[in-house]
Design a protein around this ligand. Structure first.
Ligand SMILES: [Zn+2]
Length: 234
């Protein structure tokens, strides 16, 4: 209530207003002000309920018309709640920032750890032909400093997956990986391999990973030797 406009107030200099009148007047002024400055469509707390009246979702108050709601948005209760909500959002954001920062630090440490590599492993590659004329490749990769509990992994990568050199459908890559060593890759001929028993074998013994594979026997005209290299993959 506007105390200055009360009947009998010593400030009520120019003509006396009754209480009802001044309250209505004040409400109307607030409503006008709100109408001018507030776009209800953008007010996240303004809600028209199923009864056709309005609610403030922030203060959980009911309003019979838009004007009443708008006047409410200028009132102390709503303004106080707005400030409280803003403070809560700010606190939440701060907590979120702290969490993200902690995550970043942790993630950063992981990256750093992963980058502590001890270089390429030593390796040997033996090429041979068996009695049937099938080409054999036998890889031995030395991992004497391998992390405890880790078993070396291998996988084939098509020439189109890798980013080291221009794709060539005549070759594929055979990768060997074991932390903390660098991953190494061998370029080998992209020709049908023998999948039968004993023709594709891996073993992991005393820090040496072995992989032996046989190609299927091919006709002499396409039995050329493929280039074998060890490009740096990372
Ligand atoms: Zn409110």
């Amino acid at each position: 209530m506007d105390m200055q406009n009360r009947v009998g107030s010593k400030f009520g200099g120019g003509g006396v207003m009754n209480d009802g009148h001044s309250a209505r007047d004040r409400k109307e002024r607030l409503r006008q002000l709100a109408m001018e400055t507030i776009d209800l469509a953008k007010d996240p707390y303004f809600m028209r309920n199923h009864l056709g009246t309005y609610e403030c979702k922030l203060c959980l108050t009911l309003h019979t018309n838009e004007g009443s709601y708008m006047a409410h948005t200028q009132a102390k209760k709503h303004q106080t709640n707005l400030r409280r909500r803003a403070k809560e959002d700010e606190d939440k954001q701060k907590a979120l920032n702290v969490m993200n920062q902690a995550k970043e630090m942790q993630y950063g440490r992981q990256i750093k750890q992963a980058r502590v590599k001890i270089g390429r492993p030593g390796y040997s590659l033996t090429k041979s032909l068996d009695a049937t004329g099938a080409k054999c490749l036998s890889f031995a990769i030395n991992y004497p400093e391998i992390k405890e509990g880790i078993v070396p992994r291998y996988r084939f990568m098509s020439s189109f997956e890798q980013r080291v050199e221009a794709p060539d459908k005549n070759n594929i890559f055979l990768l060997f990986a074991a932390e903390p060593y660098e991953t190494i890759a061998f370029k080998i001929p992209n020709k049908p391999m023998d999948k039968s028993e004993g023709r594709f074998v891996t073993s992991w013994v005393d820090g040496v990973f072995n992989l032996t594979l046989f190609y299927l026997v091919e006709s002499p005209e396409d039995g050329e030797e493929g280039a074998i290299v060890a490009p740096k993959m990372n």
